[in-house]
Design a protein around this ligand. Structure first.
Ligand SMILES: Cc1cc2nc3c(=O)[nH]c(=O)nc-3n(C[C@H](O)[C@H](O)[C@H](O)COP(=O)(O)OP(=O)(O)OC[C@H]3O[C@@H](n4cnc5c(N)ncnc54)[C@H](O)[C@@H]3O)c2cc1C
Length: 550
């Protein structure tokens, strides 16, 4: 894999990030004969699956649907071990992708992109980097400058960890670990008193495994989440035969969430048109099936109102059947927000973990964290002594990795200023004022509300087809127009308006990051409608974009 590059290099396309998106982009762009360089901050490929190595980390879209669909050769080479594969398996898969298509020579690791500026006269981007380990500022001197006609940000929706705003965190005497940058050698909690702060998806996955190892586990919960079971199991050869894969992938293309789901007649009927028993039976069927498809139970489930409350009641009732102590069950019961407005978590033995003698739950709504001390965590109820601390405190989602780079478009305008009141983009693919720049699964696209593998493939195909069109037609620059961007932003907001999403306090709306504009960022119109909108733009000669001839 490339490490020491020449001080200055010029490319057709620079891609930032070597996760699912960056790997597939490189494969497609090289097939078009382009000179490409992928820049990656980590010292390995895999993105999410390179960084998030905490115990229990696994996908919550089923493995067979989370694998790329573009290559029969890859399908032949790879077998998934579980219905929801664990992080080491997914990381091994992405390394297999890199090897199968010989991607490594064009990937530069340990390289953090610090800035990207558009040169209007040359129609080119100028990027600056620093070696990833250098955080003291001196790294800028040891960085490089690269230029390229096109820049594709494959920087990930959940790749910029949120800095926890907890007083005294640095004063803790023991080790503290972040789920999003877990030590590669693993952590042994045997015999230790461990605290986990955060009960979102990562916390829900990590807590049962840490509890099995620690002498005592203290879970600090600010918000109880809605959780559905994974019902994880091993996969057989039959589960992932070519025919099965093809059927599931086809089904995913027609589903709003991009996952295989064969709706029954009941699923097309608004929940409140059914009797309570019929509704309950359908919730139970999907509970037994397991996974995120619970969100597809009824067409009105994600709208504000009675259907959503029925789903909430169902999920709450399950907590009471699993958790023995009614007072603990009550603390674990979500309150004050609708199902779906925060990311639904998928668990294995999460609730059962609270029946263990070595697990305590700290309700931070009743006794908030005052500060972290050298000896533990001080809450309103006193100090909890700890040997180790785990932070599962989430991400500055969707925009964090983009605004962390000093991206400047036409007239030197920074992206962070253009997005000060929330992100605005055309289809989550391009931003007015930033020619020749593309974002993979950017805000305004289904992204985190879909099977991201499917959305990534669709975006990469759209972007690379677009670049082919530009080359064929002698076009030097492409830029989203303000008008088209505003129409798309308005449409995305209109579609979201009746749903439970915009008013939820979640990372979907930026509420988890102090000072971040509160705007619902993904597109909730569903994968099929979104794909149609993208295809229409392309079929009409990139309608909504201004094209500048060379
Ligand atoms: C714990 C966890 C579980 C998940 N499970 C699922 C799931 O089951 N199903 C699903 O659909 N999605 C899931 N996701 C979302 C997941 O992020 C996507 O599925 C997918 O992996 C994203 O791929 P990507 O290449 O777009 O971004 P990422 O995998 O995030 O990769 C982005 C890469 O860009 C690099 N980068 C960022 N900024 C810079 C910079 N300035 N310079 C250089 N490099 C940079 C990062 O280091 C990173 O390696 C999960 C996310 C997390 C955190």
């Amino acid at each position: 894999m490339t490490t020491g590059q020449p001080a200055s290099s010029d490319f057709d396309v620079v891609v930032v990030g070597a996760g699912y998106s960056g790997l597939y982009l490189l494969h497609r762009l090289r097939a078009q004969g382009r000179r490409v360089r992928v820049l990656e901050a980590g010292d390995g490929v895999g993105g999410t699956w390179y960084w998030n190595r905490y115990p229990g980390a696994r996908c919550d879209v089923e493995s067979v649907e989370y694998g790329f669909s573009f290559s029969a050769e890859l399908d032949e080479r790879w077998r998934w071990s579980e219905r929801y594969s664990a992080q080491p398996d997914i990381l091994a898969y992405l390394n297999t992708v890199a090897d199968t298509f010989d991607l490594r020579p064009d990937i530069q690791l340990n390289t953090t992109v610090t800035s990207a500026a558009y040169d209007e006269s040359a129609h080119r981007w100028r990027l600056r980097t620093r070696p990833s380990g250098d955080t003291d500022g001196g790294g800028a001197d040891r960085g490089e400058e690269l230029t390229a006609q096109f820049c594709v940000m494959a920087t990930g929706c959940l790749s910029k960890p949120k800095v926890p705003d907890i007083a005294g965190l640095d004063s803790f005497a023991g080790p503290s670990y972040s789920t999003s940058s877990w030590p590669h050698e693993g952590v042994d909690f045997t015999g230790q008193r461990v605290g986990v702060i955060g009960t979102g998806s990562s916390g829900v996955q990590a807590i049962p495994l840490i509890a099995e190892q620690a002498a005592h586990l203290h879970v600090f919960q600010r918000t109880a989440n809605y959780i559905v079971p994974a019902h994880n199991h091993e996969l057989s050869e039959h589960d992932q035969g070519a025919e099965k894969l093809a059927t599931r992938r086809r089904s995913g293309l027609d589903c709003p969430l991009g996952v295989a789901f064969e709706p029954t007649e009941v699923n097309a009927v608004p929940a409140m048109e059914l009797s309570a028993e019929e509704r309950e039976a359908e919730f139970e069927r999907l509970w037994q099936r397991g996974g995120l498809v619970m969100m597809l139970a009824f067409p009105d489930l994600l709208l504000e109102g009675e259907a959503n409350r029925a789903a909430a009641d169902f999920l709450k009732s399950k907590i009471r059947t699993k958790v023995h102590d009614p007072s603990i069950a009550e603390i674990l019961t979500p309150k004050g927000y609708p199902v779906g407005s925060k990311r639904l978590c998928v668990d294995t033995s999460y609730y059962e973990t609270f029946n263990r003698d070595n697990v305590s739950l700290v309700d931070l709504t009743a006794t908030p964290i005052d500060r972290v001390t050298p000896a533990g965590v001080l809450t309103g109820a006193g100090e909890v002594p700890l040997d180790a601390l785990v932070l599962a405190t989430g991400f500055d989602a969707m925009t964090g990795a983009l605004t962390a780079i000093d991206i400047r478009g036409r007239g030197g305008v920074p992206l962070s200023r253009s997005w000060a009141d929330g992100p605005r983009s055309l289809l989550g693919l391009a931003v007015a004022g930033f020619p020749n720049l593309f974002t993979v699964t950017g805000p305004g696209s289904p992204s985190v509300l879909s099977n991201m593998r499917l959305s990534i493939e669709q975006h990469v195909n759209w972007i690379t087809d677009c670049l082919a069109y530009l080359a064929e037609n002698g076009i030097a620059a492409i830029e989203a127009t303000e008008g088209a961007q505003e129409s798309w932003v308005a449409h995305a907001a209109e579609v979201a308006e009746p749903t439970v999403f915009p008013r939820g306090a979640s990372w979907y709306t930026g509420t988890n990051v102090p000072g971040k504009a509160r705007v619902f960022m993904p597109y909730i119109g569903g994968v099929p409608a979104y794909r149609e909108a993208c295809d229409k733009v392309a079929a009409e000669g990139y309608q909504g974009f201004e094209l500048t001839r060379a």
